[in-house]
Design a protein around this ligand. Structure first.
Ligand SMILES: [Zn+2]
Length: 369
């Protein structure tokens, strides 16, 4: 057909991609992106659904032109992989040797991944000094003014679910490539895509349903029992580590120090999830962790994410259950370790580990009877 397929994906509460929009386009001009965003506004966001706070894209000029007019409230973040490719290509064109290119690209990645202002100043200087004047000018013109959109120091504070590259969208390529080819008519290509999308959505629903039911987290995370079946397992696992920190602080008598810290945690900033600074109160008071600490995007069967949720902060509502004293630290830490080990496995090894886990727990239950 000679058309480009533009793909917009979002991230589910189980940290998987979901297809948000596909658009066959004749070019990647600004109006093409305007059309996609206008369609999303018309069909998805309407008047009350929250628009994305971060849009992660490559440096397509059409996208860059469209965002300020179509999605003025969303921050455009640049895919760091595409940023690096942009410099790599230029170095090849300017005839740097292979060794020089390798050394410069290593410095480029250090620069992109700078976490503090001091690191950024230093890494930027080291990178600039490794290149000729022409590339230094190029960087000053095209990269330095955009640092907030791709350097880790800044992107690690944005609500982007820790996404730094748009490999998410690109990982859908293999699917679309098997479904589509150049000989198809637009109607047939669309029919095939719709079929593929339906299957994908079924898989995603299946995945979300795995967050229900007896959770392995029950084993160790007793304080989490009020949010199990309420919030996805993925979200619970994300905060489990910070809960451990709280417990350790409480048992070491350093909870007051933790309470005094300024919160700059990635969990609330990037995920809208509670961090140790939010969890500490529940931990000290021996309260079950309330669902209201989790942004509704993480709730199972949650509400549409309306604009009223913005800006959002974790909060303690009325506790839904009475006082639950904190259980033995040993038992819950052990449970946490087990969960971590389990996450380290994949495929068959994971299945075997889980099988063993179920057996052991059944034996324990048998012992209780
Ligand atoms: Zn924090």
């Amino acid at each position: 057909m000679g058309l480009t397929l533009l793909v917009v994906v979002g991230v589910t509460s189980t940290a998987k991609n979901f297809p948000a929009a596909y658009s066959f386009a004749k070019s990647e001009a600004g109006i093409v992106f305007d059309f996609i965003f206008d369609s999303l506004k018309h069909w998805v966001f309407g008047n009350d659904i929250a628009e994305p706070r971060v849009i992660l894209g490559d440096q397509a000029p059409g996208l860059i032109a469209s965002i300020p007019r179509s999605m003025p409230n969303s921050k455009l973040q640049y895919c760091n992989w595409h940023m690096a490719q942009n410099l790599k290509k230029r170095l090849a064109e300017k005839r740097y040797t292979k060794e020089e290119r390798k050394a410069i690209m290593d410095k480029c990645w250090l620069y992109i991944q700078s976490e503090t202002e001091a690191d950024l100043v230093e890494n930027r200087e080291v990178l600039m000094n490794a290149m000729n004047i022409g590339e230094q000018d190029f960087m000053r013109k095209h990269w330095l003014p955009k640092e907030e959109a791709f350097v880790t120091l800044y992107t690690s504070k944005d609500p982007n679910l820790s996404c730094n590259s748009n490999q998410r969208a690109e990982s859908t390529h293999p699917v679309t490539i098997t479904l589509l080819n150049h000989q198809l008519s637009l109607a047939e290509a669309t029919r095939r895509l719709v079929k593929g999308i339906k299957l994908l959505l079924e898989d995603l629903a299946e995945l979300e349903s795995e967050s229900y039911g007896p959770s392995l987290a029950i084993l160790d995370l007793r304080p989490f029992k009020s949010v199990i079946d309420q919030v996805t397992k993925y979200a619970l696992q994300k905060v489990a580590g910070d809960w451990e920190i709280c417990k350790q602080a409480v048992s070491a008598g350093t909870a007051n120090l933790l309470a005094l810290e300024e919160c700059r945690c990635e969990l609330p900033l990037r995920y809208s999830l509670p961090c140790k600074h939010h969890l500490l109160y529940a931990c000290e008071a021996g309260l079950p962790i309330p669902r209201s600490l989790f942004h509704p995007r993480w709730w199972l069967n949650g509400p549409p994410i309306s604009k009223t949720f913005l800006p959002w902060k974790p909060y303690y509502g009325v506790p839904r259950e009475s006082h639950v004293p904190q259980q033995s630290n040993d038992i819950s830490s052990l449970g946490h370790q087990i969960m971590e080990v389990r996450e380290g496995f994949t495929g068959l090894a994971k299945a075997r580990f889980e099988e063993q886990l179920v057996k052991t727990n059944r034996a324990l239950l048998g012992f209780a009877e």
